[in-house]
Design a protein around this ligand. Structure first.
Ligand code: GLV
Ligand code: MN
Ligand code: MN
Length: 412
């Protein structure tokens, strides 16, 4: 086993500089955040920059048919892989996903500079469209990487702007030819900001992530009767806007009734024609339901659907639903979780075993190899917001836990 010592440390200034350089692409003016929705020009520019850095490190770079970028150190056998994503939501921070990728480069640069050649090579993956904000489902690239969705199906997915994955990948030049499903790593570890408040509130530096909660995303289209807002008596309306609002209210009440950790979000609502004096013709909205318990998640899906159907019917509206994403809760490999925990302790950091509320590429990699994650605190628990922030001290701690965890996995 490799020694766990503070003497071998990543360079936090170099990591912070790369985070800043990447965040300059698609920067949201007046904020620290950025907008690099998957497969846009900004995503391409971000990828190009990361690939330049990978080349500078002498890594062997492959790109597969869904645009995942895998960079491996020279060496024999399945690598110990880390990685994450560099696409962001439209109002993203600079850490979500980017940290996991750039910390991987930093770890490799650190061990190269120290003259260490691990018994197994290390690798960094950049997985396409983790956010799912433009093209659902989320974790699309890593899902295809592990064989969870056929490539042809993924390439046909249409985004919220009408663009399609395949042509967009081609347009930005990231429709590669590396085989899918991809190379199976010896083990996978993902560093990510917590994106929630728990570590900060409890004053803990490192999260050893042992599970990811289940995710259910549905798009709902309610169709009613568009009409004049001044002349249509209330009892004669067929108002999709009302149905969407009632469902939003119900989702909140249901989440409170089911209790923590259940969460429910209506994050996207589009009324058509969306005018002040017109009863809407249609409402399109999304419902995001999550729970660590699969049975409770299913119960919430059933009850939400019953409410939606009954409310729409009472309003004289029709409903169509489409599943955008559905992933069961995932349990990470206890051996790798233990290793993250013991490594953090050996480095002198406080550590807590915890579930993840957000979806992550690691939950897909867990289908094919021993996997876990390292969380680092998010100030005020803020994420999916340009105000997302993690202090350099916490980034250093998280990246060093990753460094030593990966080195031990490479020898073990
Ligand atoms: C994806 O990252 C999600 O958790 O929504
Ligand atoms: Mn992320
Ligand atoms: Mn995210």
């Amino acid at each position: 086993m490799a020694d766990v010592t503070q003497e071998l440390s990543i360079n936090i200034d170099r990591l912070s500089q790369r985070l800043a350089d990447l965040a300059a692409i698609g920067a949201i003016e007046g904020t620290e955040g950025c907008a690099r929705l998957a497969l846009t020009d900004e995503d391409k520019a971000g990828r190009d920059l990361v690939v330049t850095w990978m080349k500078d490190l002498g890594l062997d770079i492959t790109i597969d048919g869904i645009g995942n970028i895998i960079a491996v150190m020279p060496g024999e056998g399945p690598p110990v892989m880390c990685g994450s994503h560099i696409d962001t939501v439209r109002t993203g921070g600079r850490y979500d996903g980017n940290l996991g990728v750039l910390a991987g480069l930093e770890i490799i640069e650190t061990i190269q500079a120290a003259g260490i050649t691990p018994s197994r090579p290390l690798a960094v993956g950049v997985f396409t469209d983790e956010e799912g904000a433009r093209f659902a489902p989320d974790m699309l690239g890593s899902l295809v990487y592990v064989g969870g969705m056929p490539l042809e199906e993924a390439l046909d997915i249409e985004g919220i702007d009408g663009a399609v994955v395949g042509p967009e990948l081609e347009r930005i030049g990231y429709n590669g030819s590396a085989p899918l499903p991809g190379l199976v790593p010896h083990a996978f570890v993902e560093l990510h900001v917590e994106q929630g408040p728990v570590l900060e509130i409890e004053g803990v530096t490192v999260g050893a992530v042992e599970s990811v909660q289940g995710i259910s995303w549905t798009e709902v289209v309610v169709t009613g009767q568009s009409n004049h807002a001044g002349t249509t008596p209330m009892h004669l309306r067929k108002d999709p806007g009302f149905v969407a609002a009632a469902c939003t209210q119900f989702a909140r009440e249901l989440a409170l009734e089911l209790g923590h950790p259940h969460v429910a979000t209506v994050g996207r609502v589009e009324l058509h024609p969306n005018l002040v004096n017109v009863v809407a013709a249609s409402a399109t909205f999304t419902i995001d339901l999550r729970n660590t318990n699969e049975a409770t998640l299913q119960e919430s899906e059933r009850r939400f659907h019953e409410f939606l159907t009954a409310t729409a019917e009472a309003e004289g509206c029709t409903v169509e639903t489409r599943t955008l994403a559905r992933f069961e809760p995932v349990i990470f490999d206890p051996v790798v979780v233990d290793l993250v925990e013991s490594t953090a302790t050996a480095l002198g950091y406080s550590v807590k075993r915890m579930p993840s509320g957000a979806g992550h590429d690691a939950q897909m990699l867990a289908r094919v190899c021993p996997t876990a994650m390292v969380f680092t605190p998010s100030v005020n628990g803020i994420s999916h917001n340009p105000a997302e922030y993690t202090s350099p001290e916490d980034l250093l701690a998280g990246a060093n836990v990753m460094l030593h965890t990966m080195l031990q996995l490479a020898e073990g």
